[in-house]
Design a protein around this ligand. Structure first.
Ligand SMILES: [Zn+2]
Length: 477
């Protein structure tokens, strides 16, 4: 099922002093949750409202409260951006109040708080000087990891699989807080700490680095990663010691610049962060039938629309479209890669708030240098009898690809042939650099077809069929 997106409208952008800092308030109608991008040099946070009009002239309002400089708003081609210029990165969050108000909270420190960067995440933590040494509120330190502590000593913490015991002599109580010296933190948690006048940096230490077929990085606590777009390049940054892939260097930070492992985000790089390891897999192109070809696969739905996750259609027993089409897409990716193709998935989870919007999927595709684009969906209808396969295209140059996919599905999977259809669907219309189609393989609302979606062997068959359809098309064109 394909939803036609409604145009959002921004009426006003303003800012106020709030309890926790500064709130930038964006009001309008039909506002979706904006994508947030952090850009450095100079530092700024950009909220992008896709497919949203700005009802006022482009402009800016000064803030001038350290470290916020100003907020700017501008509109281009029905995309509106709200940019907050900053003197340095500070904690922030986005709150959507129904679809008429979006608030960008910028947190400012309270008295006695210091900006603490823990593994690349910025928080404000209560600090206290005891005997000339800086102590930090233990709960503040643990906060980014969702670890809760009690008040009884010794405090036992399961810190990502590692049991840590803190006894009374290592801590000080003040008010409601338990404070711990940064020195002790260093020995307990195996972290590197640097304190400056304004900030404390606490970094995980890289414990293991393997680089054969796959690259594995293991940190003593989960490495924070952030995605930064600079000069049109997307880079994943890990904050960790040591500062480069060389493990010969000192284990402790001795410069103010956060030690970073920078990885340019390329199509052949897959990244899985899990517990305290980050796994990077770099696939190499193999010779095969599809060697030199790039296929973009877009599993339908699975992104957030405002605060809500768009699961796509749901079947009578609860099968979710976005979950099934992602499984098919991942299977198809493996099959195509086995033939030597380079495969780009627009997203590989259904629960990540960073999953791309429709416009982002289109831009992933259009900038990929790809040869074919296929968006995989399951159909839905109020008529529970409705069943079968239909495939959409918009440009006539995509029609033959639609026909190839439609006919091979119908022939090999024995589904009802509902035909190919020329329709004004967002991805078909906006992916312009290659043939682009959207196929609705089955009806998830039909009880018989829904049960096929639960059959892993049948999903394998769908992926195999799509692979053959793609291969046939590429061999003939
Ligand atoms: Zn759909």
């Amino acid at each position: 099922d394909v939803k036609k997106k409604e145009l959002g409208i921004i009426n006003n952008v303003t800012w106020v002093i709030a309890e926790s800092g500064i709130d930038v308030i964006i009001t309008g109608q039909k506002l979706n949750k904006p994508a947030l991008t952090t850009i450095n040099d100079p530092t700024r946070e950009i909220l992008t409202f896709e497919y949203t009009k700005l009802l006022k002239e482009n402009g800016s309002i000064d803030i001038n409260i350290f470290p916020a400089i100003r907020v700017r708003y501008e509109s281009l081609d029905n995309n509106t951006t709200v940019t907050v210029d900053l003197l340095r990165e500070i904690p922030n969050s986005i709150e959507c109040k129904n679809d008429t108000t979006v608030i960008f909270h910028i947190t400012l420190p309270k008295i006695g708080e210091k900006l603490v960067e823990i593994g690349g995440r910025d928080i404000y933590a209560e600090t206290l000087i005891i005997d000339g040494k800086t102590n930090i509120n233990l709960q503040n330190f643990l906060n980014p990891f969702d670890v809760n502590i009690g008040n009884d000593f010794p405090i036992e913490i399961n810190f990502f699989g590692k049991n840590i015991e803190i006894d009374r002599s290592q801590t000080s109580n003040k008010g409601d807080g338990i404070f711990i010296a940064l020195d002790s933190l260093q020995s307990l948690f195996n972290v590197s700490i640097l304190e400056t006048n304004y900030s404390i940096f606490i970094d995980p230490i890289l414990e293991e680095y393997k680089n054969d077929k796959e690259t594995t990085l293991k940190f003593s606590f989960p490495a924070a990663t952030k995605k930064i777009i600079e000069n049109d390049k997307t880079t994943i940054i890990f904050n960790a010691e040591p500062g480069s892939f060389s493990i010969e260097t000192s284990k402790h930070r001795d410069i103010e610049i956060p030690p970073e492992i920078r990885l340019e985000y390329q199509n052949n790089v897959e990244l899985i962060a899990d517990q305290n390891s980050v796994k990077i897999t770099t696939s190499k192109a193999k010779a095969g039938n599809l060697s030199g070809k790039t296929i973009v696969i877009d599993p339908g739905h699975g992104s957030y629309s405002g605060p809500y996750l768009d699961y796509g259609a749901t079947g009578p027993t609860g099968v979710k479209e976005s979950v099934i089409v992602l499984q098919i897409a991942i299977k198809l990716k493996k099959l195509l890669e086995a033939e030597g193709a380079i495969v780009i998935l627009t997203h590989d989870t259904v629960d990540d708030s960073n999953n791309p919007t429709l416009a982002e999927r289109v831009s992933i595709a259009n900038s990929s240098g790809g040869d074919l684009f296929i968006s995989i969906h399951l159909n839905a209808s109020n008529n529970v009898e409705a069943q079968g396969t239909e495939t959409y295209y918009w440009y006539d140059s995509s029609k033959e690809f639609a026909r190839s996919i439609q006919s091979i599905i119908v022939n090999q999977l024995g589904t009802v042939d509902r035909g190919i259809k020329k329709d004004y669907l967002y991805v078909c219309r906006n992916v312009t650099t290659m043939p682009a189609i959207l196929t609705e393989v089955l009806f998830v609302t039909n009880i018989t077809e829904e049960s096929k979606c639960k059959d892993n062997t049948f999903l394998d068959k769908i992926a195999e069929t799509l692979k053959e359809g793609i291969t046939n098309y590429l061999n003939e064109h």
